[in-house]
Design a binder for this molecule. Structure first.
Ligand code: PLP
Length: 491
């Protein structure tokens, strides 16, 4: 075969770049129109997926090609209108960010570049390191701090637990594994209001979710620090090895924030690793009127946070900040992979690589959309958007308080409002869960649910920067009118 004449064209790039460019422009245009429409609150928040739509993408593995227009048409007509709706101002479910146009564009740029941020010496990794430096500054961490982008706080919390584990057991735990000898277990402490991923992190770290002590909360939802102190003393007396305190900055149920200063003291008294799950609440530091609520977070050994929640960076953009880079390297770096060797001066320079700081090797360029969001909006405006969502929560609380038929279910410390329609206790859960379903299916507003002290509650998590008073008023109007009729129907 004559290799010189074997002039392959790329099978996967177009022959006609001009046509593709035009298609690209119109797709981008469509997405701007979508964002503009949705920002204005037009259309339902969410709608049930009709069976034909659900099935529209069911087909055998495509062996032969279709046109980009055909594939895009399916997305435009059958995927886009049936998303969960977290960009819509009526979305109040779970803890979701709403996204921004800047984030969308940054995501496109990152995908065009298609960088792998596992390591090597290139500017995309420097962008990630710059975000790490910014976060160190924001949380008053030392300049030697390190950090890493991950999928979300579930992963960031797991990394915190693994760093604490290696710190307690020494590096040998990585080769020998953990031995949780009965009576001598490594034990961690968190609030009963802590996110379920903390227990899962204990499980996945091989430490056992049963070795996470979930401590009672006070009336404001913050963990009872004295009760945690007693639990630690009890375990230490029994010869168990306390190794980790997890503070919660913004509980997922009600937005409660632990007393992070007292927890820092408690961790210091007992020489424990102090990790803060600040998935959304950590970013209160951006809002001058809220920052005091997370006082003490600057004393954490590690912090988990999500830029995809209260900072509206498009999914996903989780992050872990670690006070001691050495402790993070000790938990993850592995010098034994010869194909990942570092050669100074070449492409493989720039050690340590991000892959030395966590479990992932191949990693996307999550840093770009975060860096660009911080640059383009600035911390002042981002912080203001956070303050405003707490203001909305106070307005909603006021609407609930001024209506006898509604009951507030938990103190509102940030932007999460738990309430229910008043009805006899025996039917309350049925009435309120039907109400929630009707609300979601109405497309008017989409809160989710939770349990507060075992009792079913409608939970409006007001993260969306587009939500207006009108959406809150529509929510309450709907709840009251439907609540009345459901209550009558079931009484
Ligand atoms: C959302 C959340 C998590 C989980 O984070 P993911 O990004 O969904 O993995 C953990 N803790 C708290 C307090 C949260 O709000």
């Amino acid at each position: 075969m004559d290799i010189a004449n074997n002039d392959w064209e790329s099978l996967l790039d177009p022959k006609d770049w001009g046509a593709l460019r035009e298609q690209g422009h119109s797709m981008l245009d469509d997405m701007f129109s979508y964002l503009q429409r949705v920002s204005a609150g037009s259309g339902p928040v969410w709608q049930p997926i009709p069976a034909d739509v659900r099935h529209s993408i069911h087909e055998p593995l495509p062996v032969s090609p279709c046109t980009l227009d055909q594939a895009y048409g399916l997305f435009r007509d059958n995927v886009l209108p049936f998303s969960v709706g977290n960009a819509h101002p009526g979305f109040m479910g779970w803890v979701h960010g709403a996204g921004t146009p800047v984030g969308m564009l940054a995501e496109m740029l990152a995908a065009g570049l298609n960088s792998n941020l596992g390591g090597r010496d290139h500017m995309p990794v420097e962008v990630e390191r710059q975000v790490v430096r910014w976060m160190s500054q924001l949380f008053a961490f030392p300049s030697e701090a390190s950090g890493l982008f991950v999928t979300g706080s579930s992963m960031a919390n797991l990394i915190g637990v693994l760093i604490a584990r290696t710190r307690a057991c020494g590096g040998s735990v990585r080769t020998q594994g953990v031995s949780q000898q009965p009576g001598k277990e490594l034990v961690a402490y968190a609030s009963k209001g802590a996110h379920g991923c903390i227990a899962r992190a204990m499980d996945m770290a091989g430490l056992g979710s049963a070795n996470l002590r979930l401590i009672e909360q006070g009336g404001d939802g913050a963990v009872d620090v004295q009760a945690m102190r007693q639990a630690i003393q009890l375990d230490l007396k029994a010869d168990r090895r306390a190794f980790l305190i997890v503070g919660t900055a913004g509980s997922v149920d009600s937005g409660a924030i632990d007393n992070l200063r007292d927890l820092a003291d408690l961790a210091a008294e007992n020489n424990l690793h102090y990790h803060v799950d600040g998935a959304f609440g950590a970013l209160c530091v951006l809002a001058p009127d809220l920052a005091h609520k997370v006082d003490g977070i600057e004393r954490a050994d590690s912090i988990a946070m999500d830029f995809h929640k209260w900072m509206h960076v498009p999914y996903d953009a989780g992050f872990v900040l670690v006070r001691s880079a050495d402790s993070q390297l000790a938990a993850f770096a592995d010098a034994n992979q010869s194909y990942l060797a570092r050669e100074p001066g070449g492409m493989s320079d720039g050690s340590p690589w991000p892959c030395d700081l966590g479990p992932d090797l191949s990693r996307g360029f999550r840093a770009l959309k975060t860096w660009m969001t911080l640059k383009v909006y600035g911390t002042q405006r981002l912080g203001q958007a956070i303050s405003e969502s707490c203001e909305r929560a106070r307005y909603l609380t006021q609407l609930i308080r001024s209506c006898d038929e509604l009951e507030l279910m938990a103190p509102v410390s940030l932007n999460i409002v738990c309430f229910r329609y008043r009805s006899a206790e025996a039917i309350s859960e049925r009435v309120n869960s039907c109400l929630l379903l009707a609300l979601q299916r109405s497309g008017i507003a989409a809160p989710s649910s939770t349990r507060i002290s075992g009792r079913y509650a409608i939970r409006a998590a007001l993260f969306n920067h587009r939500t207006s008073r009108m959406q809150l008023e529509s929510l309450i109007d709907f709840v009251v009118i439907q609540g009345r009729s459901l209550n009558k129907g079931r009484a």
